[in-house]
Design a binder for this molecule. Structure first.
Ligand SMILES: Cc1cc2nc3c(=O)[nH]c(=O)nc-3n(C[C@H](O)[C@H](O)[C@H](O)COP(=O)(O)O)c2cc1C
Length: 190
């Protein structure tokens, strides 16, 4: 439990015009307003090959994954906006958590970067379901790393038409859902 929770926020899409990047920026602003200190990162800056044990044995964690692991260790919780690919969250998220939970030294607890932390789950999609099908799957996946999702989620259907030019949402109900989610996340971490 901490006074001012530190939240690491990111989109599961590295795509330049990603609607999830726009949605996570909305979530990050809402979490700041709810009293958290938020670090919003772009996964395009943390590119990594698919996990491969041979690669790890030869050269350890990729530099980008070392950097991201350090960020994870320095934060109390996470806020993630995930795209939905064929009903699931993308490989980018799983791959990042797999790399970042690998121990790099004898006796190191690799899961220290994740265990006991909370996450707020968001998803945005151009489609009518807003990516909601990936939410329970991402919740299950993150539980394997010891991360507990706070109750509920924030999804954004019709995401291509959901933002004003300044990046804000043009739908008060969608904004209220984000505000409710981050309020629960900040409360869980405080
Ligand atoms: C491989 C693939 C599978 C997809 N499957 C789904 C899906 O199951 N549900 C959905 O709502 N959108 C699906 N989409 C469309 C994505 O929601 C859309 O490309 C979205 O813009 C991706 O998120 P981003 O804008 O944050 O990159 C899929 C896109 C791709 C590339």
């Amino acid at each position: 439990m901490v006074q001012t929770p530190k939240i690491l926020a990111f989109s599961g899409s590295a795509r330049t015009d990603s609607v999830n990047k726009k949605f996570i920026a909305v979530g990050a602003r809402a979490a700041e307003a709810a009293g958290a200190r938020v670090t919003l990162v772009d996964m395009a800056d943390y590119d990594a090959p698919l996990y491969n044990g041979d690669l790890e044995a030869a050269s350890g964690l990729p530099g980008t994954m070392k950097q991201f692991k350090a960020l994870m260790l320095a934060h109390d919780g996470f806020l993630i906006s995930s795209p939905e690919y064929n009903g699931f969250f993308p490989a980018l998220i799983k791959n990042t958590f797999d790399w970042c939970t690998r121990a790099e030294a004898e006796g190191e607890d690799g899961m220290a970067s994740t265990t006991g932390k909370f996450v707020g789950l968001m998803a945005a999609s151009p489609g009518g379901l807003g990516g909601v099908r990936c939410i329970p799957r991402l919740r299950d996946c993150l539980a394997e790393y010891g991360i507990q999702a706070v109750s509920g989620f924030a999804t954004l259907p019709g995401a291509m038409q959901a933002f004003n030019d300044d990046g804000s949402l043009n739908n008060d109900k969608a904004q209220a859902t984000v505000d409710g989610l981050v309020a629960r996340l900040v409360k869980a971490l405080s």
